[in-house]
Write a protein that binds this ligand. Structure first.
Ligand SMILES: Cc1cc2nc3c(=O)[nH]c(=O)nc-3n(C[C@H](O)[C@H](O)[C@H](O)COP(=O)(O)OP(=O)(O)OC[C@H]3O[C@@H](n4cnc5c(N)ncnc54)[C@H](O)[C@@H]3O)c2cc1C
Ligand code: SF4
Ligand code: SF4
Length: 393
């Protein structure tokens, strides 16, 4: 979109200057001049009383959408093991591929990782594009971007899904810029539009207070990073086979600007909330760090783990790695206890897909009871010991 002042018509009234929301217009020699801050919003075109500003459409890059087929899932691996989110993406990718009527493929990069292709087939991939090279052993932005971008250019997938992990969130935007296409980050829901088969990508925005559904109508591939823990894992079908398609990898030393000096494993407390079947979570209602000791007793009894709301983390009662919610981990255990947690939308966003939710809260009007399958109105200091006692019997 280009916005131009027609000099012959401009009377120098400055109305456009006042109305430009981006302060992009200045007056020079009594003529309006549009600067580089212009976003092409068109407000000045409407506001100029003398029709002295015109907007012209720039020719769009046209992409032949019909050339693009198949759903691709980025098979993120670390030290030769697939990340759990890959199985979730394959589960979701299968649904999308079936609805569009195309194949589900996976793109796998690493060093000596060909063995993982079988696992990807068993979780539903029909084809695996494999880039096996010593320079791909650990994730590096340039290396992975270059290989996968070349593969996208040659094989033209219609949809590319990546997990919204640290790696996926780094790689996704780099690929999208190279492919000159759209990317929606951290999606929590994907659907196919029944009419035109485009993918509708939904993600929380504005601190989780708004769900935005985004489409990418004119560019391909349609790319999303998907929040781990939200989609259901694909079921494993032992012995299922598919086709491996090797990708050519040729690097010059200078092509990769990052060097890995050392990989430091997480030094802090490591908790695996995403894999836990039972979670006993606590919030501000616990009143202090010692409240978590009581929750831990219940969690141990049930073979589960402890988790927390952000407020409890912010209060310094427990480490951030335990936080459930929009800015923490998304969980879907069989059983989720919410103790002294009010049920703010940002917390609920991370646990509402739990199979059973049990809320323990002093306040019967707490919003957590709206998502709970079972609710106990009471003080956790009394309820939890009573539960432990009952379990002992
Ligand atoms: C951008 C953004 C991102 C966020 N991300 C997250 C996130 O990832 N995770 C998250 O959790 N929050 C997140 N939040 C914060 C969220 O909005 C809430 O502030 C937070 O979840 C509240 O935590 P809480 O329920 O523990 O505390 P409160 O809202 O203070 O609730 C405490 C509850 O405990 C009850 N209670 C008090 N005493 C007892 C007792 N003795 N026994 C039983 N119940 C009792 C009270 O009735 C109350 O319902 C985010 C906020 C923003 C703006
Ligand atoms: S509003 Fe129109 S006439 Fe007035 S300064 Fe801007 S371009 Fe010129
Ligand atoms: S198009 Fe919008 S941003 Fe550009 S100069 Fe006009 S009002 Fe300002």
């Amino acid at each position: 979109m280009a916005v131009n002042v027609i000099k012959e018509k401009c009377r120098g009234c400055s109305i456009c200057v006042k109305n430009c929301p981006f302060e992009a217009i200045t007056m020079e020699n009594k003529l309006a001049v549009i600067g580089t801050a212009c976003t092409g919003c068109g407000v000045c075109v409407e506001k100029c009383p003398f029709d002295a500003i015109e907007k012209s459409e720039e020719p769009k890059d046209t992409v032949d959408l019909s050339e693009y087929r198949d759903v691709w899932v980025f098979a993120e691996q670390r030290e030769g093991a697939l990340m759990p989110v890959v199985k979730e993406l394959l589960g979701e990718g299968r649904k999308l591929a079936d609805e569009i009527g195309c194949s589900l493929c996976s793109v796998l990069c690493g060093n000596h990782v060909e063995g993982l292709a079988d696992e990807l087939f068993e979780y539903g991939a029909d084809k695996v594009y494999l880039a096996d090279h010593k320079e791909l052993e650990s994730y590096r932005t340039d290396a992975y971007t270059s290989v996968i971008h070349d593969a996208i250019k040659s094989h033209k997938p219609e949809i590319v899904l990546l997990g919204a992990t640290h790696i996926g969130r780094d790689l996704g935007p780099c690929l999208a810029v190279r492919c000159n296409t759209g990317l929606t980050a951290d999606c929590t829901k994907l659907e196919i539009d029944v009419e035109d088969k485009k993918i509708k990508q939904t993600r929380p925005a504005f601190g989780g207070n708004l769900m935005a559904t985004i489409v990418c109508p004119n560019h391909r591939p349609q790319m999303s990073t998907v929040r781990p823990g939200v989609m259901e894992k694909a079921e494993r079908q032992e012995g299922r086979k598919g086709q491996v398609i090797p990708l050519s990898v040729s690097f010059e030393e200078d092509d990769i600007r990052t060097r890995i000096l050392e990989v430091v494993k997480q030094a802090g407390e490591a908790v695996s909330l995403t894999d836990a079947e039972i979670i006993v979570s606590g919030g501000m209602g616990l009143g202090g760090a010692e409240g978590f000791e009581l929750l831990k007793k219940l969690a141990d009894k049930l073979g589960g783990v402890v988790a927390a709301s952000r407020a409890a983390v912010d209060a310094g009662w427990i480490d951030h790695s335990y936080q459930v919610g929009q800015t923490g981990t998304t969980v879907r255990p069989k059983l989720y206890f919410a103790c002294g947690i009010s049920g703010a939308i940002q917390h609920v966003a991370g646990m509402q897909n739990s199979e059973q939710i049990i809320a323990i809260n002093k306040n019967p009007a707490a919003p957590i009871f709206e998502v709970a399958d079972y609710g106990i109105v009471g003080d956790f200091n009394q309820v939890i010991p009573a539960l432990i006692e009952a379990l002992d019997k």
